[in-house]
Write a protein that binds this ligand. Structure first.
Ligand code: NAD
Ligand code: LMR
Length: 342
């Protein structure tokens, strides 16, 4: 939900200029992998943000047309296209937020970890460029397997001497979006009101919705908890199977990523009431990376909301213990990938 000061700002702006020709703020967002299934609708949604003045789109293919198309929308941000390694630096210079959905998606029968061999290299190369050109930017990692690509990004940034753990985010917003939708449907609630925190990671059983912390407060039977938890954990696979070889979630992911971008922009712009779940470097458990609700501020993660994880039901507690070995292995795989590079 937009807080009051932000709503007021938008309202004032609307009164001043109905067609939104001037941005409300002047943030620069770069999307790497912008011509892909997620990249295109995400670029469209970010183009609609009144807080963005500059939208830089980078891809290894087809990005010129996407940018030309998008640039005709009469919203304030300027759109520019960049392609190939030689243009990556220019795409990134001055960026406040870099979103990375570059990489290959799953096909039926694959796990997210099956994407590791290709996507690990892509993320490593792109984050090296971020480190060189906009080390101060918020980095939003979408490319799977997120449980490993975020630790890869952290190691790359450490090697470059510019790692700020408060500014590196694995995007797990889609898990929250799904949890909110499925819970609202199941319990016949107004969608806009429902908020379910999702912790852990972003693959199979590492995705742990805390249904007991659903707002507004709802009671679930044991069967409902089991059914909803499993559906949220397998929602990505549900889409992969429905797309039958044509990829994985793109539209709902773009929606979720745009929400996380908008929340980050609001935080950068001084809104003091911005909360999201994200997979970050964390001390909440013994695992070095862990998704939980966080408070976002101008400098990135301002606080980790530990209370929700401190009061788990027996079901959630068991699920948390059960996910730890898999998440630990995925983190270690990412770290080892960067360490063993020549
Ligand atoms: P896609 O194949 O449609 O698009 C990927 C884009 O990345 C393509 O345009 C491709 O040209 C580009 N690309 C590849 N290598 C690149 C590089 N080195 N530099 C820049 N661009 C490069 O795939 P998609 O459906 O958009 O999915 C992208 C990734 O997002 C996948 O890894 C998928 O698993 C992941 N994903 C994550 C979530 C999540 O919740 N975090 C949700 C959905 C998908
Ligand atoms: C998702 O959750 O939809 C993404 O991680 C894509 C996938 O492979 O399931």
């Amino acid at each position: 939900a937009l807080n009051r000061s932000y709503k007021g700002k938008v309202q004032k702006h609307k009164e001043r200029s109905y067609s939104y020709v001037q941005p409300l703020a002047s943030y620069k967002v770069a999307i790497l992998g912008a011509a892909g299934g997620i990249g295109q609708p995400l670029a469209l949604l970010v183009k609609m943000s009144p807080l963005v003045s500059s939208l830089n789109l980078y891809d290894i293919a087809n990005v010129k047309g996407v940018a030309a198309d998008l640039s005709h929308c009469n919203t304030p941000s300027r759109v520019a296209d960049f392609t190939g390694n030689s243009e990556l630096a220019d795409c990134l210079k001055g960026a406040n937020i870099v979103v990375i959905p570059a990489g290959v998606p799953r096909k039926p029968g694959m796990t997210r970890d099956d994407l590791f061999n290709i996507n690990a290299n892509i993320v490593k190369t792109l984050v090296e460029a971020v480190a060189d050109n906009c080390p101060d930017a918020f980095i939003h990692i979408i490319s799977n397997p997120v449980n490993s690509t975020v630790p890869i990004a952290a190691e790359v940034l450490k090697q470059k001497g510019v790692y700020d753990p408060k500014k590196l985010f694995g995007v797990t917003t889609l898990d929250v979006v799904r949890a909110n939708t499925f819970v609202a449907q199941k319990k016949n609630l107004k969608l806009i009101d429902v908020d379910v925190p999702v912790i852990g990671g972003h693959a199979g059983i590492t995705i742990l919705p805390l249904l007991s912390k659903t707002k507004p407060s709802v009671t679930f039977t044991d069967e409902e908890v089991e059914e909803l938890t499993v559906r949220i954990q397998n929602a990505g696979t549900e889409v992969v199977e429905a797309k039958a070889g044509a990829g994985s979630a793109t539209l709902s992911m773009a929606y979720a990523a745009a929400r996380f971008v908008e929340s980050s922009l609001r935080a950068l712009d001084g809104d003091t009431d911005v909360y999201e779940c994200s997979y970050i470097q964390s001390e909440l458990t013994e695992l070095p990376f862990f998704a939980s609700r966080i408070k976002l501020g101008r400098k990135g993660v301002e606080a980790v909301i530990s209370s929700e994880v401190g009061e788990l039901t027996e079901y959630e507690h068991k699920a948390l213990e059960a996910l730890k070995p898999e998440l630990k292995a995925s983190i270690e795989k990412g770290v080892a990938f960067v360490e063993k590079q020549p």
